[in-house]
Design a protein around this ligand. Sequence first.
Ligand code: FES
Length: 134
Amino acid sequence: MGRWVDKFIGFVSLNKLYKKRMMTKIIVLPHESLCPNGLEFDAPVGETICDALLRNHIEIEHACEKSCACTTCHVIVREGIQSLDDAEEKEEDMLDMAWGLTPLSRLSCQAKVRSEPLVIEIPKYTINHARETH
Ligand code: FES
């Protein structure tokens, strides 16, 4: 009985350690309305940047419900972009319509967190804002 319990405790500890290792730090730069003071948190590898932001109460727009059909979830990956999987063609096509596009732009609903820390900037506007105010 004692050996079974020891094995179980060992398994649980290893599992916790494994899960800890699979987390990545994300730093979000201050955004006037969504995150005025900036924020730093850990996100699990494999989670989309959009889901990680939402899970941490940063209400980034996601007008198409994360189906790569708008650009409202656009983010600029100031550090760590090289660790992300390359954008697929559909994401690239949509990005062309994003407000404030840069070479470091990604659609946060498509880009998944990998093992390197990320520094994320949320652009001041989305195409929705741009249509409303300009
Ligand atoms: S939520 Fe529409 S493209 Fe990401």
